[in-house]
Design a protein around this ligand. Structure first.
Ligand code: SAM
Length: 270
């Protein structure tokens, strides 16, 4: 019988090792492509149309140097204020508040955004901000479809009775309202508010309630902004996805903000 040559063993070993290495690299590449595809799907799975900043208001027009100086605002940077906005979101809110007369915020929390809104609105502006007083947690009227996690968050965030703006010049513009937003009667402000910020309880029934009231209060050409448009906040996310079928909402790029601008009804020619 012929002896198995040693070189053949080595050759077999080397080819096996090479095949194993090739298999390893091909599998790794395929897994990476699958992850990328999945992530791309997740990003495009935000049904509200995404809009670049320059699309949402003329002050955000881009020049060769970057965002236009018209988007200059007064605000306090540095995130880390409880349950508040990112610096980009604060900048966007502040720029949209520039020169407006009436603002309404659902959900005051620390009052930092309220202060920033007042810093940028018109010199004779009124900034209404509504929040749940820590002694009134029992006044809430959560619905059956309200998720437990965001019910608990709404209650835990209702811990403020004094605010960021207290003792500052912005305070004279601010009308603090303590109320559960379902009990709040918005009728006296009907059709008169230029900018509404919906950022109160993030459960389905409250976002629906606050949005209905925001639409009632909104002036012609007024703007509503909602915060926390993301899948992890299902009460906001699912509701806005549904609302976008009947109202032209836009998701502002690189933020969790969704915006609606009411367009003045054109008079039809006689
Ligand atoms: C996310 S925080 C608001 C953050 C704030 N807009 C900011 O930008 O800093 C939510 C606020 O909604 C308030 N809130 C929760 N449930 C409420 C309810 N049922 N009625 C009124 N306000 C409520 C909380 O007290 C809290 O102040």
């Amino acid at each position: 019988m012929l002896a198995w040559p040693a070189w053949l063993t080595i050759l077999l070993l080397v080819t096996n090792l090479l095949s194993l290495a090739a298999l390893f690299f091909v599998t790794r590449r395929m897994l990476k492509l699958r992850r990328q595809k999945k992530r791309a799907f997740a990003f495009s799975d935000y049904p509200v149309r995404k809009a670049k900043l320059e699309e949402i208001a003329p002050c955000f027009a881009m020049s060769g140097y970057g965002p236009s100086p018209d988007s200059e605002v007064r605000f306090i940077g540095g995130e880390g204020v409880v349950s508040s906005l990112s610096d980009r979101e604060s900048w966007v809110m502040a720029a949209l508040a520039k020169g407006v007369k009436r603002v309404f915020e659902f959900g005051t929390c620390s009052g930092k955004t309220t202060h920033v809104l007042a810093l940028n609105a018109a010199p004779d502006s009124e900034i209404f901000t509504l929040t749940l007083h820590p002694d009134d947690l029992a006044a809430t009227e959560f619905g059956f479809g309200d998720d437990r996690e965001h019910r608990d968050i709404a209650l835990s965030e209702s811990s403020f009775e004094t605010f960021y703006y207290n003792g500052r010049s912005s305070e004279r513009h601010i009308r603090q309202i303590f109320s559960d937003s379902k009990s709040y009667n918005e009728a006296p402000l009907r059709g008169s508010v230029d900018l509404v910020f919906v950022d109160g309880a993030h459960t389905r029934s409250y976002v629906e309630n606050d949005t209905r009231k925001a639409l009632n209060m909104l002036a012609d050409e007024g703007v509503i902004l909602w915060h926390d448009y993301k899948p992890g906040v299902p009460g906001v996310f699912a509701f806005l996805n549904e609302l976008s079928r009947t109202l032209p909402l836009v998701h502002i790029a690189d933020t969790d903000l969704v915006m609606y601008r009411r367009v003045r009804k054109q008079l039809s020619p006689a």
